[in-house]
Structures are given as structure tokens and as C-alpha cells.
Design a protein around this ligand. Structure first.
Ligand SMILES: Cc1ncc(C[n+]2csc(CCOP(=O)(O)OP(=O)(O)O)c2C)c(N)n1
Ligand code: SF4
Ligand SMILES: [Mg+2]
Length: 200
């Protein structure tokens, strides 16, 4: 068992573990070493992402993942910059940063761990919650159509926007590699298993 796996603090079966593993493998296979890369993240269940990979890491203020990643890229264009965010904050509370990052089109790889709910705050509906799903804030059912991050990214000018699935490991890793190699802004929306709350 690899040492970082002994220290996982997510719920058993959480897709975050596989996503981090895929990112680590992608860097390994692309020969991008730890001193050449940086990950930017902020609070959410997946926040710990940056702690499990040996790289430069920034855990920023609430909502500042993409602005911070932008500053890092502008300050040192040689670095491979990867920003991790989540559906509730990335597509809800702080969505405008996402739209402007697509428009700006800098070379940042943006991985969204999309578990279709606000998990850390214990199961509220997020922009990607399915229309019929029950959550704490939609006790009968959700009445809003889910947000389509791929279409929104493309409409905002992003030229690489793909969906992956945390249970399809090899496919997810290959999409992450493609996104890192794309020399402009790229979005990978990973549909993430969340056994504790995503029961649809
Ligand atoms: C300034 C501020 N506002 C709100 C919160 C509460 N908060 C913690 S995590 C989170 C979002 C969780 O949902 P999501 O972004 O989908 O991440 P997940 O936990 O599902 O991975 C929120 C709103 C906070 N920590 N700080
Ligand atoms: S609540 Fe969901 S997203 Fe959070 S650690 Fe548990 S399984 Fe993972
Ligand atoms: Mg979420």
C-alpha cells in the first residue's frame, strides 16, 4: 500500500481518492516533476487534495482558487498550474471566476470534483444536483435543472472542456493528461462518487 493511501481522511469509497491518484499518475506519465508544478485549492471535502501530492501547493481564501491560480501562472509561466475546485463553490458561490478564467484562456488545468452536492457542509443541493434529487435543502425534490459546466465553459471561450468519471480510472487519467498538455485553459469536470450523500 502506498504511504499516502494510509493517510486518507475521506469517507470509504469517496471518489476524491481516485481523482488524486489519477492526477499523480498523470504527472508521473508526463514526466512533470514536483518542482515544476503547483496545485491551488480551497475548502470543501476535496480540499485535502493538495496535501496528498508532493508539489507546491496553495490552499487559498474562500472562493479564490482560480484568481490565485491565475496569479501563479502570470508570476511564473514555466510552472504547470493545476487548480482543483468543487461543484458547490466552483459552479455556485464563485461561478464568475470560472467564466472569466475560460474567457482569459491562460494555461491552467481546472479539475472540478463534482459530487453534485455541498458535501462538507453536509448535503445541500448544488448547481449540479439532478432535478429530482432529495437533499437537505430540497427535502421533496430539487426543482432546478442542473447546470451544464461543459456548455458554459465552451460558451465562455474555453477550448478544452471534458467530463470524466471517478470510477473510470484509466479514462479519467488520460483526460487529465490531455488537459495538462493543452496549453490554454482546460476544464475537466469529474463526476465524483460520494457514497455518504450522493444517493442518486
Ligand atoms: C467564507 C465561507 N463561506 C462558506 C463556507 C462553508 N463551506 C465550507 S465547504 C463549502 C462548499 C462545499 O461544497 P462543494 O464546493 O461542492 O465541495 P464538497 O464539500 O462537496 O467537495 C462551503 C459553502 C466556508 N467554509 N467559508
Ligand atoms: S462526504 Fe462525500 S465527498 Fe465528502 S469525503 Fe465523504 S464521500 Fe467524499
Ligand atoms: Mg460538492
Amino acid at each position: 500500500m502506498r504511504s499516502w493511501l494510509n493517510n486518507i481522511q475521506w469517507c470509504p469509497g469517496c471518489g476524491d481518492t481516485l481523482i488524486i491518484w489519477a492526477i499523480k499518475k498523470a504527472f508521473e506519465e508526463l514526466w512533470i516533476e514536483s518542482h515544476q508544478r503547483v496545485v491551488v485549492s480551497w475548502v470543501g471535502c476535496s480540499w485535502k487534495a493538495s496535501q496528498y501530492i508532493d508539489w507546491y501547493a496553495a490552499e487559498t481564501l474562500h472562493g479564490r482558487t482560480l484568481p490565485f491560480a491565475t496569479w501563479v501562472k502570470l508570476a511564473n509561466p514555466e510552472l504547470t498550474v493545476l487548480a482543483t475546485w468543487w461543484d458547490g463553490d466552483g459552479y455556485g458561490i464563485w461561478v464568475w471566476h470560472f467564466i472569466h478564467a475560460c474567457k482569459r484562456d491562460l494555461d491552467i488545468t481546472y479539475i472540478v470534483m463534482d459530487n453534485e452536492n455541498y458535501a462538507l457542509t453536509t448535503w445541500q443541493a448544488s448547481p449540479t444536483t439532478p432535478i429530482w434529487a432529495k437533499t437537505k435543502t430540497t427535502p421533496d425534490w430539487n426543482t432546478s435543472e442542473p447546470f451544464n459546466p461543459i456548455a458554459i465553459a465552451q460558451n465562455a471561450g474555453c477550448r478544452f472542456a471534458k467530463t470524466a468519471d471517478s470510477i473510470k480510472f484509466v479514462e479519467m487519467k488520460e483526460i487529465i493528461k490531455e488537459a495538462i498538455e493543452h496549453k490554454w485553459f482546460s476544464l475537466v469536470n469529474v463526476r465524483q462518487a460520494c457514497p455518504s450523500y450522493k444517493r442518486w
